[in-house]
Ligand binder design. Sequence first.
Ligand SMILES: Nc1ncnc2c1ncn2[C@@H]1O[C@H](COP(=O)(O)OP(=O)(O)O)[C@@H](O)[C@H]1O
Ligand SMILES: [Mg+2]
Length: 248
Amino acid sequence: MTVRMEQVTVTYGRGAAGSALDGLSLAFRPGDFVGVLGRSGAGKSTLIRCINGLVRPSSGVVEVDGLDMTRIDERGLREARSRIGMVFQQFGLVPRTTALTNVMLGTVGQRPAWRNAVGYFGRDERQRALAALEAVGLGDYASRRVEQLSGGQQQRVAIARAMMQRPTVLLGDEPVSSLDPVTSRGIMELFERVHREDARRITIVNLHDPELALAFCSRIVGLKAGCVVFDGPPGDVTPDVRRTIYGE
Ligand SMILES: Nc1ncnc2c1ncn2[C@@H]1O[C@H](COP(=O)(O)OP(=O)(O)O)[C@@H](O)[C@H]1O
Ligand SMILES: [Mg+2]
């Protein structure tokens, strides 16, 4: 599994002031646990959305496991996405539905269409979903409606849902930005655990808080105005590097 971005430029609409990504090139290797840092507007979300095909670059190549995400058709895209787990800041769950059903929905991209149409989940899916909920410490909450759970618990459900996909790529777009510091660390620990389950997995997480990235990630990417201004291990993030990433 590899993720390769080559000279990727994203310009939103005609009136856009500049490019959200500006000729960005990055290659991610199996086992990379990447923390993406940058000021608001630096292009972090756009980078993540290019990898899962939610945003099509204006130019350049985004390759996920040999598939060019910028050129594949809708069907290929659906298939590629079914192995790309995604965790959002606002959890992205179905609030009035149980934790268990939300987790089972993680397999939707991998099921025949008729089963999605009738909303049918098999025994095997049910069992896997329960196991995923147990793995994130929510075994007792399976039948609880998601809207009755705390933010941290909801994010655990979202991670369990991503685990159902057995993702080769796990993406997080500021997954801890709406959580308190202690809960945030718990969620990052969970990301780390899920990441390690599969040595080939690539995990890429946008983080608002550089300390969390340095504590948990094996590789830091610093973005500024759509360009990579740093790429290296956490130990190389000096005060100078921080100024480069966050400075005016
Ligand atoms: N859907 C959109 N339409 C127009 N401009 C957008 C859109 N999404 C993001 N942008 C712009 O692209 C740039 C990068 O945004 P984004 O990738 O969201 O950065 P970050 O996640 O680092 O805050 C910003 O200037 C933002 O205003
Ligand atoms: Mg963002």
